[in-house]
Unconditional design. Structure first.
Length: 51
């Protein structure tokens, strides 16, 4: 995967946690809301399509 091994991915995750640690909970909450909204929209589209 792009030449990244386990040590590189762990280092990348560590750096992301250091940089965005305090913002991470609110970001994840926002991301979860976006995913939920997307799924609800897809569900509504499926209901509207003729069978």
């Amino acid at each position: 995967m792009f030449g990244l091994g386990t040590p590189e991915l762990l280092l990348l995750c560590f750096i992301v946690l250091l940089l965005f640690g305090k913002k991470l909970p609110s970001t994840m909450k926002s991301l979860g809301g976006s995913v939920r909204s997307f799924r609800e929209g897809m569900s509504e589209e499926q209901k509207l399509l003729p069978k």
